[in-house]
Design a protein around this ligand. Structure first.
Ligand code: FE
Length: 197
C-alpha cells in the first residue's frame, strides 16, 4: 500500500476566476503530488511502509529525526482536506446546524468570518487557517508550515491554505484578496457541516 494522490473534487478551471487553472495545475499537480511522492519515498522499506496517512502523521509528529516525513505526510493530508474545503460557486453563509453552532460559539456569522479571515491573513509566513471542533467547541486556529490540528486531537472542519503557492500567481502578495475570494465565493460550508459529525 502506498499513499495516493486523491483526485481533485472539481476540474482545474472550475474555481476560476477566483483561483485560476494555472494555480491549481501547479498547486495540485506539482506541490500536492510532490508531497505524495516524497512521502512514499520516505516510508519505503520502513515500518511505516504500510501505515495509513493519518497513522504516519501521528507517528512522526514532534520527532526531530522524522521531521521530513512528518512535513510531507501532513502536507498530503492538509491539501486533500483543503480541496474539499473549496467548491465552485460556494462561499457566503452556511445554514442549519453549522450556522447555529457558529452563532452560539462566536455570537454571529460576521464575527466568525472576520476571525477566520484574520487567522488566514495574519498567519506569519507559510501555514494554514482552520475551523476546528475542540472538545465540543468551534474554534478558529492557525498552524505553521505543515502543522495540522489532527495531532492535537482536534476535529478539523475546514481549512484555507495560506502558503504563497496557493495564491501568488493570481494575487501576487495580496493574501487578503485571496482570502476574501475564498470566503465569499469558494468556501464549502457543506463539507464543514459534514465534519461536525
Ligand atoms: Fe498548498
Amino acid at each position: 500500500m502506498s499513499i495516493e494522490l486523491p483526485a481533485l473534487p472539481f476540474g482545474e478551471s472550475d474555481l476560476a476566476p477566483h483561483i485560476s487553472a494555472q494555480t491549481l495545475s501547479f498547486h495540485y499537480g506539482k506541490h500536492h503530488k510532490g508531497y505524495v511522492d516524497k512521502t512514499n519515498k520516505l516510508i519505503e522499506g520502513t515500518d511505516l511502509a504500510k501505515a495509513s496517512l493519518v497513522d504516519i502523521i501521528k507517528a512522526t509528529h514532534g520527532q526531530p529525526d522524522k521531521k521530513g516525513l512528518f512535513n510531507n505526510a501532513a502536507q498530503v493530508w492538509n491539501h486533500s482536506f483543503y480541496w474539499k474545503s473549496l467548491h465552485p460557486n460556494a462561499g457566503g453563509q452556511p445554514t442549519g446546524m453549522l450556522l447555529d453552532r457558529i452563532q452560539s460559539d462566536f455570537g454571529d456569522f460576521a464575527s466568525f468570518k472576520s476571525a477566520l479571515a484574520k487567522a488566514a491573513v495574519g498567519q506569519f509566513g507559510s501555514g494554514w487557517a482552520w475551523v476546528v471542533l475542540d472538545r465540543g467547541q468551534l474554534k478558529v486556529e492557525q498552524t505553521k508550515d505543515a502543522d495540522t490540528p489532527l495531532t492535537a486531537g482536534k476535529t478539523p472542519l475546514l481549512t484555507i491554505d495560506v502558503w504563497e503557492h496557493a495564491y501568488y500567481l493570481d494575487y501576487q502578495n495580496k493574501r487578503p484578496a485571496y482570502v476574501d475570494a475564498v470566503l465569499d465565493k469558494l468556501v464549502n460550508w457543506e463539507f464543514a457541516a459534514q465534519n461536525l459529525g
